[in-house]
Design a binder for this molecule. Structure first.
Ligand code: ATP
Length: 422
């Protein structure tokens, strides 16, 4: 199947690659166009992952050829792209101000560019807006940091993680931003509400890491950071949004598609600029089961790769060779607690876990911590998955991106499960 489309200026072609279609591809025949901020080269064939939901936008008009099995294909003339571009313009002004301030100051420390966070309910295009703003920044020669705090759909590692990466190149149309050497913390679950205390600690830690990175490099400092957040914005979710804003010393909060959230933030944090932007009509809502499938797919890609097919290793590890811990213990009634222990402490308690059937199919994070006490705030070097457990032989069978032996690190148990059907 092959279709040509002619797009007028300021319009976009939206389509969804079918879930079973490996061969959906697109060519820019004439004019200029971009996909979520990544400029397309003329006559180059771009391919898409099965299930990808795509918008090809043009500022000046173009001709496109779409090939393969797609659904929901149409041209939209109403898009919020001008507003998104203006927002980029605002951020760029702040970057230029930072640049000027750095040039005119004798101090060794650099003036800081904008730290901007994108908030809003689920499925309003937060990740997409982050991608657009980061791509525009890179196209202007900037080197911004992308921080993804959305543990449900973590884009920089497996689900259940918080990640950050320095963006040096525009996102690949097919695979998104390069994930070379991201900084990753394992939260271990898909929603922050399962352990708000831990989530807030990791947010705080990530915030101080980002500030340290910016302080160490002028270009990065001037470029600033873009933070993606979870779609949980009511009740404790709202508190979490304000906590992130404080931890990262955010300069600008962009609220997508929820006026109430916008008004609450304007009232509650008057010292931070808050901007309301509408969502794009093209953003696709994902039901719960689709999100679950997407999470599984992300884990599968972690182990098996995308373009370059990885060959993960499966090997046995003796129970006696692993030290597994988890964060959080069951809550004790206040009357049973020692008088010097805070009620919250059970959520950050580091508990040893005996290897056994209960860790089957779970992902284990390889922590950078050398002592159990450091596990709470240490970043992780990667993940393995327990594919099988032989309790009688005292052996775990694990799936690992690296060959054996396992590095001699402490392992952190997560609630994220993966059934390896490869
Ligand atoms: P979450 O609730 O997971 O945080 P989100 O608010 O970050 O979601 P996105 O992931 O950005 O939302 O968008 C949801 C889906 O809609 C994505 O698959 C994205 O590719 C698609 N999408 C975004 N904008 C458009 C558009 N203009 N046209 C077509 N599809 C789009």
């Amino acid at each position: 199947m092959e279709h040509d489309f002619t797009l007028q200026q300021d319009s976009e072609l939206r389509f969804e690659a079918e879930r079973d279609a490996e061969d959906v591809s697109l060519k820019l025949l004439d004019g200029k166009a971009e996909i979520f901020g990544t400029e397309l080269a003329p006559n180059k064939q771009y391919t898409f992952l099965p299930g990808a939901k795509v918008a090809v936008f043009t500022w000046h008009g173009c001709r496109l050829r779409l090939m393969g099995k797609t659904t929901g294909t149409y041209i939209a003339t109403e898009t919020p792209m001008v507003m998104y571009l203006n927002t980029h313009g605002c951020l760029e002004r702040l970057r230029r101000n930072a640049e000027r301030a750095t040039r005119s100051s004798d101090e060794a420390s650099h003036a800081r560019g904008p730290i901007c966070m994108v908030v809003g309910p689920g499925d309003v295009g937060k990740s997409t807006l982050c991608r657009i703003l980061l791509n525009y920044a890179v196209r202007f020669g900037r080197r911004p940091i992308y921080v993804d705090l959305d543990v449900g759909q973590s884009s920089l590692s497996v689900p259940g993680t918080l990640g950050a990466v320095l963006v040096e190149r525009a996102a690949s149309v097919r695979e998104g931003f390069s994930q070379e050497a991201p900084l990753v913390y394992s939260f271990g679950d898909k929603t922050p509400s399962s352990n708000m205390t831990l989530y807030n600690i990791l947010v705080q830690k990530m915030g101080s890491d980002i500030h340290a990175k910016m302080a160490s490099n002028k270009k990065v400092s001037v470029s600033g950071a873009i933070i993606n957040t979870c779609g949980w914005v009511m009740g404790d979710g709202y508190k979490s949004v304000t906590h992130i804003a404080q931890s990262f010393e955010v300069d600008l909060i962009i609220v997508l598609d929820q006026e109430r959230l916008y008004n609450d933030l304007v009232q509650d944090i008057p010292f931070i600029r808050v901007l309301y932007l509408p969502k794009s009509g093209g953003v696709v809502t994902r039901p719960r089961n689709v999100r679950a499938t997407d999470r599984d797919e992300r884990i599968r890609r972690y182990f098996y790769g995308l373009k370059t097919k990885f060959h993960p290793h499966t090997f046995d590890v003796k129970f006696s060779h692993v030290k597994i811990y988890k964060i959080g213990a069951p809550e004790l009634p206040a009357s049973c607690m020692p008088c010097d222990m805070k009620v919250d402490d059970h959520r950050t308690k580091i508990v040893p876990v005996e290897p056994g059937n209960k860790v089957k199919h779970c992902l284990l994070a390889l922590s950078m911590a050398t002592e159990p006490a450091d596990l709470l705030t240490a970043n992780v070097m990667g993940f393995i998955c327990v594919v099988d457990v032989d309790e009688s032989a005292g052996v775990l069978k694990v799936l690992s991106p690296h060959p054996k032996p396992l590095p001699d690190t402490l392992l952190l148990l997560t609630q994220t499960q993966f059934i390896d059907s490869a």
